[in-house]
Design a protein around this ligand. Structure first.
Ligand SMILES: [Zn+2]
Ligand SMILES: [Zn+2]
Length: 424
């Protein structure tokens, strides 16, 4: 495609009129419904990968209903992949995989298949905890097909050969709503402090409900014009959830009494004005170029004009909430990696690495996994299958240290047990 401007609006949060800038060298796909372009690799479950040109595509935002979670690729398929080593059809752009890096395999999201068998461009999961002496992988460096495996669903033998690198599970990462609810854990940046602290007096005055001197403030005008008592203001424009959480943290810690009266200011004109100030600061260059900008007038008049425009952005440029596509992708990969069910078979019985060696730092990946991934397994009580194979390596341990006993199933992973029949 000739490089030209197009509307880009991907669910990962990349958006703008200069599409190619946001494509970041990845494949893009056009939605028939909303006419915007998205990354192929950001669509759920890799569903946009390899679509025939004639198939109309509807982006994840336009596909209103929840897409059903696809079932795991079955052992048979993985087996086919092993025999046809070079037709690994299971790897699809947008899917998760495990990539070998050093001794261990770490989760990645597949971004782009490179031509001429050069391998894959991938994004390593941001929650990977590499050993201290191992630098993080170069994001530009391709991962070869040989160093990649999928979830190996149902493939016990292959799983036993793979040692996992330590990483934070997808379900341990806070989702956006948690970020706002736990804003006290999101310390504000020095930059945010520099933007807000010059306006401490005006923010404290509005917080204290001194509206008379502040009738030029857009959020004050908004609540005064509203007929509703205690009108809250839901607007945050283009700000990310992280930025919003940091603003709340600043407000809470810097405005006297705010900490003890959360319900008094969240969504209040003072809080909304803090957001206006930040939006004005982030867009200052653009706003100053506005042909109506009062550049000859007082500083106060300039600031008021900027806040007025920033308020428009705050109200009308509703941000399309970005999806944490990396977390979503890892969540599905992990569900397939760790599912314990009759479908997953023996491979689902905590088999990773048992013929290879300990996971990084003797990590136990099965602790605290969602209970929903584990259903009753017939014959589960047979502990023999947790034993290490003859090639299990204890390297890295001191010689005096006794070889580790075969790991028992992680204690805090709830397992349904067969119901005992009451004795007659
Ligand atoms: Zn994207
Ligand atoms: Zn669309």
């Amino acid at each position: 495609m000739a490089p030209r401007e197009f509307d880009f609006s991907c669910r990962c949060g990349d958006h703008g009129p200069h599409g190619l800038e946001f494509a970041r060298g990845l494949e893009v796909i056009h939605c028939e419904k909303c006419s915007t372009w998205s990354h192929v690799s950001c669509q759920r479950f890799g569903r946009a990968a390899g679509l025939p040109k004639s198939t109309p595509f509807y982006c994840d935002r336009c596909v209103r209903m929840e897409l059903p979670i696809p079932s795991a690729p079955k052992a048979g398929l993985s087996f086919i992949c092993i025999i046809h080593k070079f037709s690994l059809k299971i790897h699809r752009v947008g899917m998760g995989a495990l990539a070998k890096y050093g001794k261990y395999h770490y989760p990645v999201r597949l971004l782009l298949r490179l031509p001429r068998r050069q391998g894959w461009r991938v994004r390593f999961w941001r929650g990977c905890a590499y050993p201290p002496d191992v630098p993080p992988p170069d994001p530009e460096k391709a991962v070869t097909e040989d160093d990649l495996v999928d979830s190996l669903y149902g493939n016990q033998a292959a799983r036993r050969r793979i040692r996992l690198g330590k990483y934070t599970h997808a379900h341990e990462i806070p989702v956006e709503e948690d970020l706002l609810a736990n804003f006290q854990d999101q310390p504000f940046s020095p930059r945010l402090d520099a933007i807000l602290s010059p306006y401490f007096d005006v923010l404290f005055a509005i917080f204290s409900k001194s509206f008379e001197q502040n009738l030029h403030i857009p959020s004050v005008q908004y609540v005064l014009a509203s007929k509703k008592k205690d009108q809250t203001i839901p607007y945050a424009g283009d700000l990310s959830v992280q930025e919003q959480a940091e603003i709340m943290n600043w407000f809470c810690n810097m405005i006297p009494y705010a900490k003890d009266h959360l319900t008094d200011w969240v969504g209040s004109p003072a809080h909304a004005h803090a957001i206006t100030i930040v939006i004005a600061a982030l867009n200052e260059k653009e706003l100053r170029l506005h042909r109506d900008f009062p550049s000859q007038e007082s500083e106060m008049a300039q600031t008021t004009a900027m806040w007025k425009w920033a308020w428009q952005l705050q109200q009308h440029r509703g941000r399309i909430p970005a999806v944490d596509v990396d977390r979503e992708c890892l969540g599905l990969l992990e569900q397939w990696m760790f599912e314990s069910s009759d479908d997953a078979g023996l491979a689902g019985d905590e088999q990773w690495g048992l013929d290879a060696g300990h996971h990084q730092d003797r990590w136990v990946p099965y602790k605290g996994l969602p209970a929903a991934w584990s259903s009753y397994r017939s014959g589960f009580e047979d502990n023999a299958k947790y034993e290490h194979g003859p090639d299990f390596s204890d390297e890295g341990l001191s010689e005096k240290e006794a070889p580790a006993p075969a790991p028992k199933p992680a204690p805090d992973r709830p397992r349904p047990r067969p119901k005992r029949k009451a004795k007659e």
